[in-house]
Design a binder for this molecule. Sequence first.
Ligand code: NAX
Length: 327
Amino acid sequence: MNKTPVKVAVTGAAGQIAYSLLFRIASGSVFGPETPVELNLLEITPALHATEGVAMELFDSAFPLLTGINITDDPAKAFDGANAAFLVGAKPRGKGEERSALLGANGKIFGPQGAALNDHAADDIKVLVVGNPANTNTMIAASHAKDIPAERFTAMMRLDHNRSLSQLSQKIGVPTTEIKNMIVWGNHSADQFPDITYATIAGEKVSDKVDAAWVEQDFIPRVAKRGAEIIEVRGSSSAASAAAAAVDHMRDWVTGTPEGEWVSVALPSDGSYGIDEGLVAGVPCYAKDGEWVRVEGLDLSEVQRAGIERNVKALREERDAVKDLLV
Ligand code: NAX
């Protein structure tokens, strides 16, 4: 067994996503069955007591790979020496609260966390932002961490990606694992663009197996509004599926994706695909040697360009709403 534990920081540790995520990290689902993990749990002060309770349950699970748990309300301590950070904690949208107010409130969390990551995390830090609005929170955190390569800051599109696989799998009648190269472009919001253009099943195009009207009228809106559907049916927002997506994202980042395959990852744009440099948008990526690599040079149709542009417009508006929080 690899003796050095990987240090993993998780924010929002007393929340509902963390309640699923932490147990999967501790069980080895992310860093593999040979790698011990040490958990640093960050919460706001009033939630520290509840976090102690989560830690008690983690200990009671007697995970062979879990070497220790540190609980704190100080980002500098939480990110000290961290190799991976799951930024899950965020302020939920209040009743009647404007999106711009939420953007501002969360921006105030993610700026200081970006700065603390910059000053205290390990050189190989990998950051996954889950807390909403995830894309813009990622942009804010990255802007406060100039010493960390921008592409180490990612926002989670994997839940949208997995939701797409699930809908296609049920429609076509194949396991999700057979469906390759789905992509969800853009923002983790209702603007997102789930795109089956390049998706294949055993080398055959998915677009030849489904009706174009179904894609437009059922598939895309269903995936884009799946979060709201879960809230309506379950009575609270997606938690275990969000944790599963976070596990998939970080595991692939660490261990790599299969040759020739990609997944959906939001990372600061380099200007490709008509996405303004710095905006954090979902693009197709593969993982190699511990880094996400953007798939370059895909030809885009008019319909695809329009879907991406809709997201660029929304992300520009979010960026403008938080411009005072960017450095
Ligand atoms: P919960 O409200 O259950 O938990 C959030 C936790 O974060 C709370 O315990 C809170 O005390 C803590 N927190 C707040 N500010 C903090 C700070 N400054 N430092 C550390 N912790 C802090 O929410 P949960 O259901 O776990 O969802 C967490 C976030 O994920 C939300 O913003 C939610 O909107 C977002 N989601 C993102 C998804 C994605 O695909 N990117 C999907 C699922 C989810 O909706």
